[in-house]
Write a new protein. Structure first.
Length: 367
């Protein structure tokens, strides 16, 4: 029988499948416990859940599940634009911001083009580049900071997209406004600069990248409802850019990529500032607690600013398994070439305590 690889797109042969955080249900099944006993700190989700207003909106919207959603996303795009001081034409909705990354690949990448990003940048940029036959140039990041000067130098005549995650996942490191402005003052006009701001709402001093969209630069900014808004399971994210750039991206989009329950929930969540504030408060307190405990245990960590922390545990895969046996799911980072490290999402204080207790036990008993 002929191998399917004689028929399949050869680029997919070496494309690793994205490995998501281990699901709660799977872990509960494997350990033979109730899913309520599992603490999942593996996917940077909102520990408080969705906003109560979003839940109410979802219930109401589910009554209309027999109807196709508004493919134009009128109300949600208008509401997002209103918050940003932009117009509806500046906004595109995605099935998660991941889908907008894919639109960028469809719209701008061809065989043998280059994508520039940083070592340890969010892995999806590389996966998308591979699937479109583009080469990924990753600039070194020995201290986990993204070096925008090096990224500028790495741009070639074949570079179409530059991906800058700010703050980055899994490092949590933030790039300053000064560095961004300096980069943008020299970025060539013929590349698209993508600022991925999935964790924007957790920042005390958020960068201003909307200015570049207003100035009609070749910039796309990505944000999501998966993190502070607590709607990761619904899959809603968005990008904003100048209208003609958005028009190009729209051509790559399936007509009904965001469902109507997600539209309603996102619209309600966007206005629930109490929930966003409370989430940030819980995350700030939880992150400070984790930092204090890790310092106490003399465990190295990267002092990030998002809702997770990258921790050097010696052997990430082994500690991941040991924590799993103690009903705590974290994220091993070997896919990033960070074999010594795990990433722990900030949970509720109760979850953080449970995670720290498990980590202490693993270190004490070694088992
Ligand atoms: C930096 C970054 N960008 C994008 C995403 C994708 O988020 P979503 O597709 O859920 O909007 C994530 C999710 O973890 C992320 O960490």
């Amino acid at each position: 029988m002929t191998s399917i690889w004689e028929l399949a797109n050869a680029r997919l042969r070496h494309l690793a499948v994205y490995e998501p955080g281990k699901p709660i249900e799977e872990t509960a099944r494997e350990l033979g416990v109730e899913s309520g006993a599992i603490v999942k700190l593996a996917s940077n989700e909102n520990p408080l859940g969705p906003s109560p207003k979003a839940i109410q909106a979802m219930r109401a919207a589910s009554e209309h599940a027999h109807l196709y959603p508004d493919g134009g996303g009128f109300y949600l795009r208008k509401a997002i634009a209103g918050k940003l001081g932009l117009a509806l034409e500046n906004i595109i909705l995605g099935n998660g911001s991941n889908e907008v990354i894919e639109f960028l690949g469809h719209a701008f990448l061809d065989l043998d083009d280059d994508v520039v990003t940083s070592q340890y940048a969010f892995i999806v940029y590389r996966l998308i580049a591979i699937s479109f036959g583009a080469r990924t140039i990753e600039t070194p990041s020995p201290s986990f900071e993204q070096d925008l000067e090096a990224m500028l130098d790495a741009i070639t005549p074949k570079t179409r997209l530059v991906f800058i995650a700010n703050p980055n996942n899994p490092t949590g490191m933030l790039i300053s406004q000064r560095e961004i402005d300096s980069f943008m003052s020299r970025a060539p006009e013929n590349v698209i600069v993508v600022f991925d701001e999935a964790y924007f709402e957790f920042l005390d001093n958020p960068p201003d990248t909307v200015q570049f969209v207003r100035d009609r630069r070749n910039v796309v900014v990505l944000r999501t409802f998966s993190k502070i808004h607590g709607l990761a399971g619904l899959r809603v994210g968005y990008g904003f850019a100048r209208p003609d750039l958005i028009e190009v991206l729209q051509k790559t989009k399936q007509p009904f990529n965001v469902n109507n329950v997600a539209h309603a929930a996102a619209l309600a969540a966007l206005d629930d500032e109490d929930h966003q504030r409370e989430t940030k408060r819980v995350v700030d307190a939880g992150r400070a607690y984790l930092y204090e405990q890790l310092a106490d245990m003399k465990i190295q960590f990267v002092p990030g600013v998002a809702n997770f922390v990258m921790v050097n545990v010696g052997d990430g895969a082994v500690v991941f398994e040991k924590l799993l046996r103690r009903k705590v799911i974290v994220r091993p980072l070997k896919g990033y070439g960070l074999r010594e490290w795990i990433r722990i999402s900030v949970g509720t204080m109760e979850q953080n305590l449970q995670c720290v207790a498990a980590l202490k036990e693993v270190r004490r008993t070694g088992g």
